[in-house]
Design a protein around this ligand. Structure first.
Ligand code: ZN
Length: 111
């Protein structure tokens, strides 16, 4: 049975995040995929690994392709679109009941 992540993944696909720990520290990119049960995600341009590929119609030579690998969600922080910082965020409810994320740094809503 697969281990359940203690902390749920706090960011969503499409968010911009900054890596705060490990080899890729300081890199920013867009979240491409989220694996909630593993607590992992794939970030564009972060933790790019080389894979040896068999020839395919798209890549008739085969060879080495570069592809992003999963990283732990605990190593990233959400980047606020308003203040541009890697921030912690809270949740708030709009008058119509919509749940929104709020930047703890500048107080603005995060998309
Ligand atoms: Zn902010």
């Amino acid at each position: 049975m697969m281990a359940v992540a203690r902390q749920p993944v706090h960011v969503r696909k499409g968010d911009t995040v900054e890596v705060i720990a490990g080899r890729n520290r300081g890199k920013r990119g867009k979240v491409l995929r989220v694996f909630p049960r593993r607590g992992r995600l794939i970030v564009e341009g972060v933790h790019v690994v080389k894979r040896h590929a068999k020839p395919t119609p798209k890549l008739p030579q085969g060879g080495i392709v570069q592809k992003e690998a999963q990283i732990s969600a605990s190593k990233v922080m959400l980047v606020c679109g308003k203040c541009g910082e890697a921030v912690r965020f809270g949740h708030d409810h709009l008058p119509d009941g919509t749940k929104v994320r709020v930047c703890r740094n500048c107080g603005e809503q995060i998309g």
